[in-house]
Design a protein around this ligand. Structure first.
Ligand code: 0A1
Ligand code: ZN
Length: 887
């Protein structure tokens, strides 16, 4: 907690460290409330640093026991112990520093540094958690070789792990076990990890491309030993994929993953010893949904891919976070696309980007993919750094092509292995490997905001020409009033009247130009206005633009409804077929919102219903894509498409469409549901693309039927809930029942809790479904649930499932006109800030768009934010989010 005003850290003020560390020897005497840490490190002054440069070490919340240099005690006259720093004066050019500190893992509720989760000791050091373990230059450009000794009672802590390989293991006459781990690869402190506890081992092995055998070890609490198979299978796929897709082989003999219940984020890529939120490891068909299975596969792969993009090559400073995160998310997306339906996975990527990143780019905390300032780095693990960062790498790939991208990656790995580097270094590797100038492209790293691109087309039937003119604008964001045009790759095709793509010949282009006459081309926009004239088109084509969402922009194609309907049926790019359906649905919902505002009766347009009917009754289509096409845009994205967010209008209009579809297409939805259910009957659960698609479409049919509230639909929901043999189906039923009156919903919730009360991840679902259910007493129900014995503010998953889900995904409840939702959230943020600042700061998210609401709500949200600000002691995390929101 800080009393003085938190300081802003600037990229422009980066300076290399005065001292480097080559080796560190860590000894932990584990004890829940008094763990003693002895750190012995070899320091050397850097060339260029002044001879009298003091040694500046980071440290926070530590009890300092002693300091020695080269074995001699250092007295208090030679050092200053500040709140988050230890400064030692008069150190020699090279020396060995020994620091002894004492820490309290059991009392650590912030879950940073060394803490306990259900009695298991574990660490979280990214970004700045190592300083809560010992005094050290806790910055990623200091890379050292680690040797870690763990001392503990083998009865309580039968498993004791750290990075690398075990090199010694003995039990002394005192009954304590000492195990020593050695990691041969130099690493920054944020990749250090230690785990100790009573854990069950699920083991397998992998033979690398060069024939080395790697032991794969998954550690979980013993009660979860039967939920490891999917994570292990995912890990093996990830190791194999990185060898073929990027030529990257694993480099240690052991790869360990530990799952814990209390974890601030999804997972952590510590070298050779990942620590995971159990949500991204544990799965059994009856406890985990298809979405959970997909999440596990993606996150296990993500953490593995960090071994090369993050660990072997790391970030020079935390401004460069997207160097490892954007790149690793892109690699994860490529991996998922190669293993699941590529189109569905791309749709999911884009849904996430639009729901989370677009609002961020349009709001008060907008920042570039590479930020240039921060108060608390934990606040910068954002959708911009991760998801938009991945889009930037995807654009690079689209612009230069797969072969050039691979050459660039090869050079990056070869040139920078073992280094801590910058985003410029990454782009330079691609430029140098391919002899390209990527200077303008780099603007994607430094300019915040989502470019808006509008399109004008003109067809001249006599000349046979078709002009496409793109105009891009980029609105100011905090600290960036003026922007340069971005380099935007637009993958495009021109679709002929029969649905076939037409050859794309540009005017003034030699016939043998590389892309001349291709059926799909990448059009590169690099100015504010860019025009392309296509030839030999006597009939007006329908343009299919930004295929596969080739750039993170808001595209306004100004297409007629009829063109959208045509693309929905004919575009040969499945992503753009989906996109046309989304655009059409957004238009319909916007018109309905206008009708509500004007007091006009609501009518679902006939053409929309017909387009819907065609999609649902076309047996030739992939069920997974049908489900995506028929899923209406979410409320968060709809809000993003309105300059003044109309809370009631969005909910009423969207609900109206859902109900009307459910009502008017009831026979077709029931027929489809029954057919899909019959196809599944008797089959064992498999996380396999076709089956996932069928389950998702069946649940969507059920959701529409539930929205209409007809007896046939509700009976099916009740039956599916009661008889399901997997969690995907059971939850599909429960979600429908949750929105029904209490006599239908409550027995389902009671039965669900009774069956799953001993499975924390399933209880999270129980909280989440209730937190997001649409009911008039939503907030009161959440308040009641906070008193439930299973609720705990100490567990981040629980907080996210109840408080986070309510605030972010129950707009009717959270934005209730009386403002109680806002008061509730402010209270919870204040309460949590004293325990876990990172989680508290994330909860500020739903307040960030406050300026986009009506005057009354603006006033109430601002008052809630100001009330948080008025607290005497706020963490840096919450302080930064609230001040930036109010600015
Ligand atoms: N590097 C991890 C994410 C992560 C970041 C911070 C954490 O604690 C504050 C924990 C995990 C990843 O990208 O997977
Ligand atoms: Zn990551």
């Amino acid at each position: 907690m800080k009393t003085d005003l938190p300081k802003t850290i600037l990229l422009a003020e980066y300076a290399p460290p005065a001292y480097q560390v080559s080796t560190i020897d860590l000894e932990f005497r584990l004890d829940p409330h008094a763990t003693r840490v002895t750190a012995t490190s070899r320091f050397d002054r850097m060339a260029g640093a002044a001879a009298d440069a003091p040694l500046v070490l980071d440290g926070a919340g530590l009890r300092l026991v002693s300091i020695m240099i080269d074995g001699a005690p250092v007295g208090p006259d030679r050092y200053d112990q500040q709140e988050e720093r230890l400064v030692i004066r008069g150190v020699p050019a090279g020396f060995v520093l020994t620091v002894i500190t004492e820490i309290d893992p059991a009392g650590n509720t912030a879950l940073e540094g060394l803490y306990q989760s259900n009695g298991i000791f574990c660490t979280q050091c990214e970004a700045e958690g190592f300083r809560k373990i010992t005094y050290f230059p806790d910055r990623p450009d200091v890379m050292a070789r680690y040797r870690t000794t763990i001392i503990g009672d083998p009865v309580v802590l039968p498993v004791m792990l750290s990075n690398g390989n075990p090199v010694a293991d003995e039990t002394g006459p005192d009954g304590l076990r000492r195990i020593v781990w050695e990691d041969p690869f130099p690493k920054p402190s944020y990749l250090f990890a230690l785990v100790a506890g009573d854990l069950a081992l699920h083991e397998d092995s992998f033979t690398t491309i060069s024939g080395r055998s790697v032991a794969l070890r998954l550690y979980v609490e013993p009660r979860n030993a039967d939920k490891c198979a999917h994570a292990m299978a995912s890990l093996k796929k990830a190791l194999a994929w990185d060898e073929t897709a990027y030529g990257r082989e694993y480099d240690l003999d052991i790869y360990m993953i530990v799952a814990v219940d209390d974890f601030n984020m999804g997972a952590m890529e510590n070298k050779g010893l990942n620590v995971f939120n159990s949500k991204y490891i544990l799965a059994r068909p009856d406890t985990a949904t298809d979405a959970d299975y997909a999440g596990i596969e993606a996150v296990v792969a993500h953490e593995y891919f960090h071994n090369w993009t993050g660990n072997r090559i790391t970030c020079r400073d935390w401004f460069q976070l997207s160097l490892k995160e954007g790149l690793t998310v892109f690699r994860e997306q490529q991996f998922v696309a190669d293993h699941q339906s590529a189109a569905v996975s791309r749709i999911h990527d884009v849904r996430v980007l639009r729901a989370a990143q677009f609002p961020e780019d349009a709001g008060p905390t907008a920042h570039p993919v590479r930020p240039d300032s921060y108060i608390e780095i934990s606040n910068f693990y954002t959708s911009t750094v991760y998801n938009k960062g991945a889009e930037v790498i995807r654009m690079l790939h689209t612009l230069i092509g797969e072969d050039a991208y691979r050459r660039g990656m090869d050079l990056y790995f070869q040139r920078h292995d073992g280094q801590a580097v910058t985003c410029e270094d990454f782009i330079r590797a691609h430029a140098d490997a391919n002899d390209l100038d990527l200077g303008d492209f780099f603007r994607w790293y430094v300019q915040a905001g989502t470019p808006e691109v509008s399109v004008d087309t003109r067809h001249d039937p006599d000349a046979g020409t078709f002009d496409v003119t793109f105009t891009q604008t980029l609105a100011p964001t905090p600290g960036q009033p003026v922007k340069q045009p971005m380099v935007v790759p637009v993958r495009a095709a021109l679709i002929g009247p029969d649905g076939a793509p037409l050859p794309m010949m540009l005017a003034n282009e030699p016939a043998d130009a590389p892309q001349a006459g291709a059926l799909e081309r990448v059009l590169v926009l690099s100015d504010r206005v860019t025009r392309f004239t296509f030839m030999q088109l006597p009939e007006r084509p329908v343009p299919s633009l930004l295929r596969g969402f080739s750039a993170p922009v808001k595209l306004d194609t100004r297409a007629e409804d009829a063109d959208l309907a045509f693309l929905m049926g004919h575009d040969d790019d499945p992503f753009n077929r989906w996109e046309a359906a989304q655009t059409y649905a957004i238009r319909v919902i916007h018109r309905l919102i206008a009708d509500i505002g004007a007091g006009r009766p609501l009518v679902l347009p006939l053409e929309f219903r017909e387009a819907f009917t065609r999609t649902i009754t076309d047996d030739a289509l992939d069920p997974a894509l049908v489900a995506e096409a028929l899923t209406l845009p979410g409320e968060s994205y709809l809000a993003e498409t309105m300059s003044r967010i109309d809370v009631e209008g969005i909910t009423t209009a969207r609900q109206f469409v859902r109900r009307e579809i459910g009502r008017s297409l009831e026979p077709q939805l029931i027929a489809l549901f029954d057919r899909l259910e019959a196809a599944e009957a008797g089959q064992p659960y498999a996380f396999e693309t076709a089956a996932v698609g069928r389950r998702s479409l069946a649940n969507l049919c059920l959701a529409y039927l539930g929205a209409a509230g007809g007896a046939a639909g509700l009976e099916r929901a009740e039956r599916r809930f009661a008889t399901a043999t997997n969690m995907t189906d059971a939850l599909g039923g429960l979600l429908v029942l949750a929105d029904q009156p209490g006599e239908l919903s409550q027995p389902a919730f009671d039965a669900f809790y009774d069956r799953w009360k001993d499975e924390p991840l399933v209880v999270d679902k129980w909280f989440m479904v209730q937190a997001t259910a649409s009911r008039p007493d939503a907030l009161d129900h959440v308040l009641t649930l906070m008193e439930h014995p299973a609720f705990s503010m100490r567990n981040p998953n629980r907080v996210r499932s109840l408080i986070g889900a309510f605030a972010a995904s129950n707009p009717q409840g959270f934005h209730a006109a009386d403002g109680r939702g806002y008061e509730f959230l402010a209270d919870q943020i204040v309460a949590l800030d004293a325990m876990n600042p990172q989680i508290a700061a994330r909860l500020v998210g739903p307040f960030k768009r406050w300026r986009r609401y009506d005057d009354r709500r603006q006033g109430m949200m601002r008052a809630a934010l100001e009330r948080i600000m008025s607290r005497k002691s706020l963490s840096r995390d919450v302080y930064e989010m609230v001040t930036k929101s109010l600015a």
